[in-house]
Design a protein around this ligand. Sequence first.
Ligand code: CMP
Length: 137
Amino acid sequence: MEQTLSIIKPDAVKKGVIGKIIDRFESNGLRVAALKKLQLSTKDAKEFYAIHKDRPFFGELVEFMTSGPVVVIVLEGENAVAKNRELMGATDPKEAAKGTIRADFAESIDANAVHGSDSLENANNEIKFFFSKEEIL
Ligand code: CMP
């Protein structure tokens, strides 16, 4: 069993598709082990995405991720990291395979509906960023 972190981004929260996205996870063998809705501060977003701090899109990424509430979720299941990435589709929705979350709900590479951890190591760190052990059930 693995755990991974998913973030439903401000564009998808504004569109009212939280439930539809969670249904993709639950219908495909990923269990919700923890979940909360929150507003990221600029400091939070910069820290969470620190790995991208030297990329040209960093400023826009932080601005977008703080533009409205997000939903953060710990997903649990067999091969959860890879499974979640498969369900999300490519980062750029124009390149995302048919039937993936980003193909169906995302608008652009910035407003791309969801974030998902890209490795087990990052998943562990990202989960710790948002949740205490007691909150993961
Ligand atoms: P996410 O999985 O949240 O990780 C970093 C985010 O940066 C990514 O999704 C995109 O929304 C955003 N981003 C914007 N431009 C780019 C780019 N050129 N390459 C990768 N990610 C980008």
